[in-house]
Ligand binder design. Structure first.
Ligand SMILES: C[S@@+](CC[C@H](N)C(=O)[O-])C[C@H]1O[C@@H](n2cnc3c(N)ncnc32)[C@H](O)[C@@H]1O
Length: 313
């Protein structure tokens, strides 16, 4: 894998990408990292790479010519050019996997200051953001991308270590333990000490699902299949409670049950939506009123009223 980086601060990369797994991958030639100083491609004698924005406003913007010159020099045949930007598509494990199989490697372009002259976008193939926040520059974002991609390159990490990781199959990883078997009254689950590999695999699968549903109901692995939903429903759990359990809207739960051929019980009006205590708990954990309304399939006014109820009491 060859990754080239165009940056104003090439020396920032050497510390983090010289250590541990990525450092060893570089030593073994599994990752070839080319660091290119944007300033060297400035066309004037003062090596100026930025200028004030047309139309006024705060800060400076990276000029298009030095970036174009750097790309002409650095870009190899077939390599994708990727701009790091808070406006790009969000970087996920799936995007990391996609980049890890790009045989021609790729070029990362790091922004600084107020960002780039818009015409830089005409020179790139892709634009990646590492999350919905703004960094001072693209270097840390580039290092995040390089780290996540490099560990997926064959030979960098043992393939088995990647198999059950969080975000590999839409699930978060199951809980892990190591010695000692007891710490501060907390015991390692007996099944992990049992030596029964089948039971251990089942426990891990079920814990991974539970954890994903608790923490990330938006992930694919948190979604129940039709048989699981139908089984829960047949055991008496109502569509509102199922919606809450699986992070779906009640309407989606009912639609999936219907599609699976399940005869639905009449919905109980009184049970609609979350309890006032649930609303207060979710609100305290940062979930907004409209997001709760969407998740529970009720109006935001219902959620607000329940929130007010707990705030009065
Ligand atoms: C201060 S930011 C510029 C933000 C720009 N003014 C905007 O509002 O979109 C400077 C540079 O940091 C990098 N950057 C900032 N946040 C990023 C993010 N979330 N993901 C990737 N790169 C980011 C980009 O290269 C960007 O050009």
């Amino acid at each position: 894998m060859r990754i080239d980086v165009i940056t104003l601060f090439p020396e920032m990369f050497e510390g983090p990408l010289r250590e541990s797994i990525i450092g060893r991958a570089r030593e073994r030639g599994l990752l070839i990292l080319g660091l290119h100083d944007l300033r060297e491609y400035a066309t004037d004698r003062h090596h100026v790479v930025d200028d004030a924005p047309y139309g006024g406003g705060a800060g400076m913007v990276l000029k298009v010519e030095p970036i174009a010159a750097a790309l002409r020099d650095v870009k190899r045949e077939g390599a994708r050019v990727i701009l790091l930007s808070p406006q790009g598509r969000v970087f996920t494990q799936e995007v990391a996997r996609e980049l890890a199989v790009s045989t021609s490697g790729f070029v990362l372009v790091c922004g600084r200051y107020e960002g780039f002259d818009e015409r830089v976008r005409s020179l790139v193939d892709d634009e990646i953001s590492i999350g919905d926040y703004v960094l001072t520059g693209g270097e840390l974002a580039a290092m995040v991308v390089i780290d996540a991609v490099c560990r997926l390159v064959p030979g960098v990490i043992e393939a088995a270590s990647l198999e059950h990781e969080s975000h590999t199959s839409g699930l978060l990883e199951y809980p892990q333990y190591t010695r000692p078997p007891e710490f501060g009254g907390m015991r390692v689950p007996d099944v992990l000490l049992s030596g029964d590999h089948k039971a251990i695999a089942q426990w891990r699968e079920s814990e991974a699902r539970k954890r994903t549903r608790d923490r990330r109901p938006d992930l694919e692995g948190a979604r129940p299949d039709a048989a699981e939903l139908a089984g829960d429903y047949a055991s008496g759990v109502g569509s509102y409670r199922l919606a809450r359990k699986y992070g779906l809207s009640p309407a989606t739960v009912r639609a999936r049950l219907r599609a699976a051929g399940v005869a639905l019980r009449p919905a109980r009006q009184a049970a609609r939506g979350p309890s006032a205590e649930d609303v207060a708990r979710l609100h305290a954990s940062g979930i907004g009123v409209r997001e709760m309304a969407r998740r529970f399939g009720v109006s935001h006014v219902t959620i607000l009223n329940r929130l007010k109820r707990t705030q009065k009491s």
